[in-house]
Write a new protein. Structure first.
Length: 687
């Protein structure tokens, strides 16, 4: 039965084993010639050493890993690397013709063998999933599942964070996404849809997964009734946000899986899901989710090598960007390079591995997010070489997933989606030499204290969350790391990376709280518990509104009023959201037709800012500045930041138009109902 489940004929498996064996033997022998700390007596000893390493990995590694998997996860996989070293040292003790004169040579041997495996796999077109299918997949298939022909199809939803419809089309046309091009040739369809306002992950993904995202007005916001700053990518806040919606039926409530997402959608199995990362007490149990990833002795090292290559790629591309004189651009630091390697490689590889596992477990719906593109595009631009190569790598993951479907215990339909797009423009500070916070302070003549709550980049919080998860059991180390970070932040002025929460006292003692999210910002007046109205703001701060709308970087302000309800104001006119009338020039004329409805919905939220500030959009160039130090951004309206996409088989009918993430929830739910009530041989369209 195991052979029947295997994806390739036996000779293919034997060819793979033989080639890897030969490559590792030659590599080990050459390392013995080149490394002064490694002594190999003969070619036969190299062959026997490789054989013994393989046997020990097969026998000892599963047992040791089972006992130490939590430690492996807490060290972000470094303990797996240590196991490789231990196995090779053990072989050196057993074999007289294979010895080390120093322990540093052991590390070079592990890296060398892994690198040559990676090189041979690429040059000889070996299937990198072959050993995974051979050793792991047969164990994952549930024994009590009915035959494939008697099961309804499943649904795999792959989210590419931040990829707009237009950039997707561009990437396919330029050849960066050949897998998706092949999907189109197989009659897959791509549709644009409007993710709504705010155009950012916590609002959009909550809408997709739960069909509701009320009172998520931005990536970060201030709740006056609780005197609390809420930040979507802080672990406790992410969990709290989802708790407010878990009474609803989530998209993933039945036999489903959430991988790499911000929220779980009530999934039975949630791994790398931010809203669940705060459950440290369950970490030992959850660590087992990564067991099979680290079971292969070279899997983690292979991933590390890919991360090193990604780091080199970033250093090369950032240097090339500077030399090319491309403008606009922002400074790309080594910390960003680290963030890129973690998100675009490590989390990507883990997500794909876990997704394929869940397919073979027979999960009904699997929702997984790849956020590497969003990370890279924020700093490099929506269609920069770095962003497009990241899409190419994600495309390869989709091909791996598609190949695995053939061998899964049920058939799956793949739907590919994005939660929002990205707009582009030089940062507000770069254009005008002043931040929005500094502008407001200047208008108010520094008479009031304002807290700027920082950047809205999701992934900085995600990477920080992973680091906090690793440090959490070590309280002293965690405190030390935070102390060092605080010192670093003081030394470097107002630049920060890890996006740690603001101290509550700092927020409570301020007169105003400014929350920025791409081109959208919300200003809260903290001394008044209810929402401050237009008439009151004019009386308390006479110059504020007039000075803001006259600034060349401000597109419009949206404010609630006592007489007319919420209004949209700029220097040329005013739009009344309730009556749909306007005076002068319509401030919303340059935006899509849903803009007024989106703002009206936003002002129905109890925690929307007293003043909503949108930066100026140029429809001719498509440029719009972010209030943060980002090149590509999202959160507001204007440009492609609200233009998401969905890609699906022609078997599934798309109900157009979709103008909000909550509507996409109902579309996906409809597709679930069609798939789960149909057997694989049935015509889905007839449903």
């Amino acid at each position: 039965m195991i052979l029947g489940r295997f994806p390739y004929p036996t000779y293919r498996r034997m060819r793979h084993i033989l080639i890897v064996w030969i490559v590792e033997t030659i590599t080990l022998y050459l390392l013995g010639r080149w490394l002064p700390g490694l002594v190999i007596s003969s070619e036969v000893d190299a062959f026997l050493a490789v054989t013994l390493i393989g046997l020990l990995n097969a026998i000892l590694r599963p047992l040791i890993l089972q006992l130490t998997i939590t430690l492996t996860v807490l060290t972000l996989g470094l303990f797996s690397f240590f196991l490789n070293i231990v196995v090779i040292i053990l072989v050196a003790y057993i074999m007289p013709g294979f010895n080390f004169l120093d322990y540093s040579s052991v590390i070079y041997v592990v890296l060398g063998i892994t690198f040559m495996n990676l090189l041979a796999s690429n040059l000889l077109a070996l299937d990198e999933n072959d050993s995974y299918y051979r050793s792991v997949i047969p164990k994952l298939k549930p024994k009590d599942l009915p035959p494939e022909s008697a099961q309804p199809a499943g649904l795999i939803i792959i989210e590419i964070d931040g990829l707009s419809y237009n950039v997707l089309r561009e990437a396919i046309d330029l050849g960066y996404m050949p897998t998706l091009r092949n999907f189109i040739a197989r009659n897959y369809q791509i549709h644009a849809w409007n993710c709504g306002l705010p155009s950012q992950t916590s609002a959009s993904q909550m809408g997709i997964l739960y069909g509701e995202n009320t009172n998520i007005p931005a990536f970060r916001w201030y709740e006056k009734n609780r005197e609390k700053l809420v930040v979507s990518n802080h672990l406790s806040d992410t969990a709290m946000i989802e708790e407010r919606f878990q009474h609803r039926d989530g998209l993933l409530a039945v036999n489903s899986s959430s991988l790499g997402n911000m929220f779980s959608g009530n999934a039975v199995r949630s791994v790398l899901t931010m809203s669940k990362l705060s459950q440290f007490r369950k970490l030992p149990k959850k660590s087992g989710n990564f067991y099979n990833f680290f079971l292969n002795p070279y899997n983690y090292i292979h991933t590390i090598l890919l991360m090193i290559l990604e780091l080199i790629r970033e250093l090369y591309q950032s240097t090339a960007q500077i030399l090319s004189g491309r403008s606009p651009r922002i400074r790309r630091t080594l910390l960003f390079a680290l963030e890129r390697t973690i998100s675009a490689v490590l989390i990507r590889e883990l997500t794909t591995h876990l997704l394929i596992e869940d397919m073979f477990r027979g999960c009904q719906t699997i929702y997984a997010t790849y956020f590497g593109y969003d990370v890279v595009a924020h700093h490099t631009g929506v269609d920069s070489p770095g962003a497009l190569t990241t899409l190419r790598d994600i495309d390869k993951q989709i091909q791996r997933i598609n190949d695995a479907i053939e061998h899964a215990p049920r058939m799956y339909e793949i739907v590919i989606i994005s939660d929002h797009g990205l707009s582009e423009g030089a940062p507000f500070q770069q254009l005008f030499g002043i931040t929005l916070e500094q502008l407001i302070q200047k208008i108010l003549e520094d008479q009031y204290s304002i807290v700027d709550t920082g950047t809205s980049e999701e992934t900085k919080g995600y990477v920080n969350s992973l680091l906090q998860m690793a440090l959490a059991p070590h309280k002293k180390l965690n405190e030390t790391a935070r102390h060092i970070y605080e010192q670093y932040k003081k030394d470097k002025g107002n630049y920060f990376y890890f996006d740690l929460p603001q101290k509550d006292t700092q927020v409570k003692q301020s007169d105003m709280v400014l929350c920025t999210s791409g081109s959208l910002a919300m200003l809260y007046f903290t001394h008044i518990k209810q929402r401050l109205l237009l008439e009151e703001i004019k009386e308390l701060y006479p110059n504020l509104i007039e000075a803001l709308i006259c600034h060349p970087g401000i597109g419009f302000l949206a404010i609630d009023s006592y007489i007319n309800g919420p209004v949209v104001i700029n220097a040329e006119g005013i739009y009344y959201l309730n009556s749909k009338d306007f005076e002068g020039q319509n401030p919303l004329a340059i935006y899509d037709e849903t803009a007024a409805w989106q703002l009206e919905k936003l002002f129905s939220y109890s925690n929307v800012g007293d003043i909503v500030i949108q930066s100026r959009y140029n429809p001719e160039t498509g440029q719009i500045p972010a209030f943060e130090n980002l090149l590509a951004h999202h959160g507001g309206i204007g440009g492609d930041q609200t233009l998401a996409f969905v890609m699906h088989s022609e078997k599934l009918h798309f109900d157009r138009p979709i103008n909000d993430a909550t509507q996409m929830h109902h579309q996906l739910q409809k597709w679930q109902n069609i798939l789960f009530s149909s057997l694989p041989h049935q015509d889905l369209e007839s449903k």
